[in-house]
Design a protein around this ligand. Structure first.
Ligand SMILES: CC(C)(COP(=O)(O)OP(=O)(O)OC[C@H]1O[C@@H](n2cnc3c(N)ncnc32)[C@H](O)[C@@H]1OP(=O)(O)O)[C@@H](O)C(=O)NCCC(=O)NCCS
Length: 147
């Protein structure tokens, strides 16, 4: 059974392992995850299946701009295709809206078909293509959704 819940400190090492496996040079180091855990509070979500971490989404809310971000989304390869990514994205969008966010933003690699599919289905639209978003010649679409 799938549960989406707030992250706990004990989850961070598993999240870090997944980050490294899936994002390689663009993964968050453990100490950054620890700091994100402290500042994102209830916007750091864990998808749990049978007691194990199957995926996660990390969000951020900027109250001044009334803007929310999806900073990171990942699902463990053995749990792919079960709509966990879709549900994490939807749960984060609801949580951001409840805090007062009027728009939600994210960036995604133009060739990341599964992620683009989730975001388009969730109502995000591509706004601007950054050819060098991470300052290492790695392109990203900026996508935005009105909440
Ligand atoms: C992107 C990711 C989170 C998707 O998670 P998931 O739980 O497997 O996705 P879902 O089951 O919710 O699938 C949602 C949609 O994507 C589609 N999809 C899934 N895998 C796909 C693939 N390899 N190619 C194309 N579409 C795919 C699904 O068919 C579904 O669309 P549908 O409603 O038209 O059938 C997962 O592939 C992942 O962790 N990738 C590596 C990390 C990453 O790229 N994160 C996003 C960074 S922006």
């Amino acid at each position: 059974m799938l549960i989406i819940r707030e992250a706990k400190l004990e989850d961070l090492k598993v999240v870090h392992q997944l980050e490294e496996e899936l994002f390689g040079q663009h993964s968050y180091p453990l100490f950054v995850l620890r700091q994100l855990f402290d500042i994102t509070n209830d916007l750091f979500l864990i998808a749990e299946v049978s007691g194990a971490v199957a995926g996660y989404a990390i969000g951020h809310y900027n109250a001044e701009q009334e803007e929310g971000w999806l900073l990171s989304l990942a699902v463990h390869p053995v749990h792919r295709g079960k709509r966990i990514g879709e549900q994490l994205t939807a749960t984060l969008a609801e949580a951001l809206k409840a805090k007062g966010a009027r728009t939600m933003l994210l960036t995604v690699h133009p060739e990341n078909a599964p992620a683009l599919r989730i975001y388009q289905q969730a109502g995000f639209t591509t706004t601007q293509l950054y050819p060098d978003y991470y300052l290492d010649n790695s392109p990203r679409w900026l996508m935005v959704k009105t909440l």
